[in-house]
Design a binder for this molecule. Structure first.
Ligand code: ATP
Length: 300
């Protein structure tokens, strides 16, 4: 059976509603707090697993209570395997301030993600084979990311890269990718182009296929199928946080299930529309029941 190895970050989101976003020098009293699992790697792995993919999620964490909290929360998810790798750094944490006008401000700490070594990154790919896929994001170091990609390719697996967050130059990694997914801002920063032109530029830079997501504008792709545009699902947007993660996790799951890229892209957009229609990040991710009706052979 095809497996999806998601190698990425996992942390705790501390979400605080605030009357307004803070000004320089201001001490702000929050209206409340909520803790939830978070991180792009974690969100994408959860979506793919809920969609029925055989997912092995591997993430660097600290040796602290937050890591134990994550382990407990993730035990409820349908992963085939879960590996939280202890690092000499605190578990990653993001502070999300959400103002009453829905504007937000995010402070994120990623020392555990940065601490994953090249040796660890290579080692986690040991069980991959030619039917499998490695999915990465931008939270790990360039060195660890590149090492995992090359080790996966040496085992015949395919590599999918989501360019978020864009913290270092990803262009040298594009020739290693069967599929790259970038949002509009990342794609423009990487290529100097927009939308379909950016997807084509990512493809020309070496990715076999490239998808550029355009929020409510849907997405554009370039690759073996030529250039295509997919309109987004019409939905009342409540909070777009997590849309990109839902898109990537569902796209990977559908590709592993044997869907061609155009059909998988449409399914991923349907899943992302569910996330957009409700507030929060982890709390807004679609359930297994919601995702499985979007799988091949099910009524959508
Ligand atoms: P985020 O960082 O908010 O998680 P992103 O910037 O990585 O998202 P987007 O391009 O905003 O990614 O959205 C990814 C996909 O989610 C889009 O291609 C689209 O299918 C869907 N989507 C996002 N916003 C909307 C919206 N307002 N209405 C319908 N679908 C949306």
């Amino acid at each position: 059976m095809s497996r999806l190895l998601v190698l990425g970050n996992a942390g705790i989101d501390l979400v605080c509603p605030v009357p307004h976003l803070p000004r320089a020098g201001e001490t702000l009293v929050a209206d409340g707090q909520a803790r939830a699992p978070g991180g792009k790697g974690l969100n994408q792995a959860v979506v793919a697993a809920r969609a029925g993919a055989t997912v092995h999620f591997t993430a660097p964490v600290g040796r602290d209570e937050a890591a134990a909290e994550l382990g407990t929360a993730l035990a409820a998810e349908p992963f085939a395997a879960l590996s939280l790798l202890p690092q000499d750094a605190p578990t990653d944490l993001s502070l999300l301030m959400v103002a009453r006008d829905a504007e937000n401000c995010i402070l994120t700490l990623g020392a555990a993600a940065d601490a994953l070594s090249v040796r660890e990154a290579e080692a986690v790919t040991a069980e991959l084979g030619p039917q499998d896929m490695l999915l990465l994001q931008g939270n790990l170091s360039f060195e660890a990311t590149e090492a995992a990609m090359r080790a996966a390719l040496a085992r015949g697996a395919q590599v999918m890269l989501n360019t978020a967050p864009l913290r270092w130059d990803m262009v040298p990694l594009l020739p290693l990718c069967a599929l790259v997914v970038a949002n509009a801002g990342e794609a423009e920063a990487l290529t100097g182009r927009r939308a379909a032109a950016a997807a084509e530029a990512l493809h020309q830079a070496g990715a076999v296929c490239a998808v550029v997501t355009l929020g409510a504008g849907g997405c554009a792709s370039a690759g073996v199928e030529g250039q295509l545009h997919y309109p987004a699902q019409a939905v009342e947007a409540v909070d777009t946080t997590g849309a990109g993660d839902t898109f990537c996790g569902m796209l990977a799951a559908l590709l592993l299930a044997g869907q061609p890229l155009p059909a998988a892209t449409k399914g991923a957009q349907r899943a992302a529309a569910l996330t957009v229609s409700r507030p929060g990040a982890f709390a807004a991710l679609p359930s297994a029941a919601e995702l499985r009706v979007l799988l091949p052979g099910r009524a959508a």
